[in-house]
Design a protein around this ligand. Structure first.
Ligand code: UDP
Ligand code: UDP
Length: 459
C-alpha cells in the first residue's frame, strides 16, 4: 500500500442488512488501494453477525479492527423491544465516545463513513475532528429520495393524499411509506425527521445501487437542493469471505441439494435476516409451495434474532405438511449462504421481502423476484423491483401480518414467476446491466474513483 493511500473508517450499525453492505464496501475500497479501519460494537446482536465478522477478519488481516465500547444501556428507556433497534439506540447514545477513538487512529483518517441510522449523533463528532463525514444508506435510492424529502412532509409542506409527490420521481403511494413514519409522534419518525434535516451537513451519501436500476431516483437526487452529493457505488458484489465454513451448522446441505436439481427449476424463499412470520402464515406459505408444483428451497425464520431459534421445523411448520414438503423441496431454519444460492444455476425464482441487499443480490444474479414486502422500506424497494423488470409484486397481499395470504394464492403467484418467460428475460437483462455497472468504465468504477479523488483532495 502506498504511503499516501486514503484512509477510511467504516462504522456499520446492528443487523446483517447493515453489516453485509459495509463489509462489501470495505472489500471494494481495499481493492481500490484504500486503507480501511472497521469499527464495530464489541458484541453483536446476532450470531450471524459475529460469525461473519470473524470470517471477514481472517480474509482481511490488513484491515484495522477497532472495538467500540458502548455506554451501559438501559433498554427500558428506549421504548421498544426490537433488539436491533435497541442496539441502534445504544450506539447513538455512545457516539461521542468515538471522538478520542477516531482521533487516535493512525495514519490519520481521510474520511468517516457511518451507518444511515447515526446521522445526528455523528455530525458533532466529525465536526469536532474536522473529519469528512459520509453515510452509507443501506436501502434504495428511491427510499433515500423519500427519506430526504420526509422532513418537508413532517413540516406539513405537503397535503395528505393517497400519493406523495416527491420532485423528480414517480409518485409514492402513501400505502408504500414505511408505516412507522406515518405514526404521529413515533420515535422513529422523529429520528428520521431530525436526521433528514441534517443531511446537508454531510459531505456525501453512498448508496448500493446503480444507474441502470434506479436512473430516475439517482437523477432526481442530483437536482434536489440542499442535499450533499449522492454516490451510486453499487451493485456491491457478494464476496468470497461470506462463504460459510463446512462446520457452520448444516448450511452446506442446501448447496448439495441444489446440485441435484435441474437448471432454473427451483424457487428460493427467504425473508432476510430479521423478519419472522406468524405461525399461521408460515403454514400457508408451506401449503403454497406444495400447490405451486415447483421445486423449492425455503428458509423458515420464526424468531427475529437467530440465537433463540430452538424449535424443530416439524413443530413450526406442522408434521403433516413437513412430510409433503420434503418430497419436493428443502426446508431449513439455519443461516444460509444466500449469495451461493442465488448464484446457483438451478435457482430461477426468489420469493423475497425486498430487503435492499436481497434485491441487489437478485439483480446481480438475474434471479426473478416475487416481491412480498413485510415492513419498513420494503414496499419502496418492491416498486424498484417491479419497474425495473426484475420481478413482480402482488400488491394486494399488503404488509407482512396485515392479512392472512392463503396457500392457494401463494402457489399461483409462484407458478407464475417460475413459468413467465418474459419476466425471466427481463431479470436477465437487469443482471447484464448490473455486470456492466461494475465493469471497466462502468458507473460503480467511475463514481468510486470520483469519491476517492475527493478524499485525496481533502487529505
Ligand atoms: N442472508 C443470508 N442468509 C440468510 C438470510 C439472509 O445470506 O439466511 C443475507 C442476504 O443475502 C442479505 C442480508 O442477509 O445480504 C439480508 O439483508 P436484506 O437487506 O435483504 O434484509 P434484512 O435482513 O435487512 O431485512
Ligand atoms: N422501532 C421500534 N420502536 C420505535 C421505532 C422503531 O421498535 O419507536 C423498530 C421497529 O420495530 C423496526 C425498526 O425499528 O423493526 C425500524 O426498522 P425498519 O424496518 O424501518 O428498517 P430496517 O431495520 O429494515 O433497516
Amino acid at each position: 500500500m502506498c504511503e499516501h493511500a486514503v484512509h477510511v473508517a467504516l462504522l456499520p450499525n446492528a443487523g446483517m442488512g447493515h453489516l453485509i453492505p459495509f463489509l462489501r464496501l470495505a472489500d471494494l475500497l481495499v481493492h481500490h488501494s484504500c486503507r480501511v479501519t472497521l469499527i464495530t460494537a464489541k458484541s453483536t446482536v446476532s450470531l450471524a453477525e459475529s460469525e461473519l465478522l470473524s470470517r471477514f477478519e481472517s480474509s482481511f488481516p490488513q484491515i484495522n479492527r477497532v472495538d467500540f465500547d458502548l455506554l451501559p444501556f438501559d433498554p427500558t428507556t428506549a421504548n421498544s423491544n426490537d433488539p436491533f433497534w435497541l442496539r441502534w439506540e445504544s450506539v447513538r447514545r455512545s457516539a461521542h465516545l468515538l471522538i478520542p477513538v477516531l482521533s487516535s487512529i493512525s495514519p490519520p483518517l481521510s474520511a468517516f463513513v457511518y451507518d444511515m441510522t447515526l446521522i445526528s449523533p455523528m455530525i458533532p463528532v466529525t465536526e469536532a475532528l474536522c473529519l469528512q463525514s459520509y453515510i452509507l444508506f443501506t436501502s434504495s435510492a428511491r427510499m433515500f429520495s423519500l427519506y430526504s424529502y420526509f422532513p418537508c412532509v413532517a413540516d406539513g409542506a405537503t397535503s395528505a393524499s393517497d400519493v406523495l409527490e416527491i420532485p423528480g420521481i414517480s409518485p409514492v403511494p402513501t400505502s408504500s411509506i414505511p408505516p412507522l413514519l406515518l405514526v404521529p409522534n413515533s420515535l422513529f419518525g422523529k429520528i428520521c425527521t431530525e436526521d433528514g434535516r441534517k443531511l446537508r451537513n454531510l459531505n456525501g451519501v453512498l448508496v448500493n445501487t446503480f444507474e441502470e436500476l434506479e436512473a430516475e431516483s439517482i437523477e432526481a437526487l442530483k437536482l434536489r437542493d440542499g442535499l450533499p452529493p449522492v454516490f451510486a457505488l453499487g451493485p456491491f458484489m457478494p464476496c468470497e469471505f461470506e462463504k460459510l465454513k463446512a462446520n457452520d451448522g448444516d448450511a452446506n446441505s442446501p448447496l448439495k441439494w441444489l446440485n441435484g436439481q435441474p437448471q432454473d427449476s427451483v424457487v428460493y424463499v427467504c425473508f432476510g435476516s430479521r423478519t419472522a412470520m406468524k405461525r399461521e402464515q408460515i403454514r400457508e406459505m408451506g401449503d403454497g409451495l406444495l400447490k405451486s408444483g415447483c421445486r423449492f428451497l425455503w428458509v423458515v425464520k420464526v424468531k427475529i434474532v437467530d440465537r433463540k431459534e430452538e424449535e424443530e421445523l416439524e413443530q413450526v411448520v406442522g408434521e403433516e405438511l413437513m412430510k409433503g414438503l420434503k418430497e419436493k423441496g428443502l426446508v431449513v431454519k439455519t443461516w444460509v449462504d444466500q449469495r451461493e444460492i442465488l448464484g446457483h444455476p438451478s435457482v430461477g425464482g426468489f420469493v423475497s421481502h425486498c430487503g435492499w441487499n436481497s434485491v441487489i443480490e437478485a439483480a446481480w444474479y438475474g434471479v426473478r423476484v416475487l416481491a412480498w414486502p413485510q415492513h419498513g422500506d420494503q414496499k419502496i424497494n418492491a416498486e424498484v423491483v417491479e419497474r425495473s423488470g426484475l420481478g413482480m409484486w402482488q400488491k394486494d397481499w399488503g404488509w407482512g401480518g396485515e392479512q392472512m395470504v392463503k396457500g392457494e394464492e401463494i402457489g399461483k403467484a409462484i407458478k407464475e414467476i417460475m413459468s413467465n418467460e418474459s419476466l425471466k428475460n427481463s431479470a436477465f437483462s437487469v443482471k447484464e446491466t448490473a455486470r456492466k455497472a461494475v465493469g471497466v468504465g462502468g458507473s460503480c468504477e467511475t463514481n468510486l474513483e470520483r469519491l476517492i479523488e475527493e478524499w485525496k483532495d481533502k487529505d
